[in-house]
Design a protein. Structure first.
Length: 144
């Protein structure tokens, strides 16, 4: 199934387990990192709980387990992504899926690509005085 032009995803479309592959291109260090693992969207009181876990490989470091947790909610026709503690992270319209997050002194810009649904991607471009990298995460639904 692909998401037709003009169609919008709902939170329910994300529920379940996903395989994730993330590439990290550090433009300053001219180095590449990688994460492979899983992400799960589970129904919660306010929307969906997002939990990600995987093996992170960075040049010059021993591979290690990494985790992230977020809360996804649907408010005013937008998907609102919050940090686990409820602080705002970013929000986007599923029909025009891009957003920004300012974390002084760094800027985080994300674009979501849903055109090959249920396979989808998030593309983060991060810049700041000490940061210049891109993270591309591909999500593929786990078979039931």
């Amino acid at each position: 199934m692909t998401v037709a032009s003009g169609s919008k995803l709902s939170l329910e479309d994300f529920v379940g387990a996903w395989q994730i592959e993330r590439s990290i291109l550090d433009k300053r260090a001219q180095a590449n990192g990688r994460l492979t693992g899983t992400a799960t969207f589970a129904p919660s009181e306010n929307g969906l709980s997002y939990f990600e876990s995987g093996l992170l490989e960075l040049p010059g470091h021993t591979p290690f387990q990494a985790e992230r947790r977020y809360q996804w909610r649907f408010i005013d026709d937008e998907i609102v992504v919050e940090f686990q503690d409820g602080r705002p992270f970013h929000r986007f319209d599923p029909g025009s899926p891009s957003a920004s997050h300012w974390c002084d002194p760094d800027t985080y810009n994300v674009k979501y690509e849903f055109s090959s649904w249920p396979k989808w991607r998030s593309i983060w471009d991060v810049s700041g005085p000490k940061k210049d990298y891109q993270m591309i995460t591909t999500y593929t639904r786990n078979p039931i």
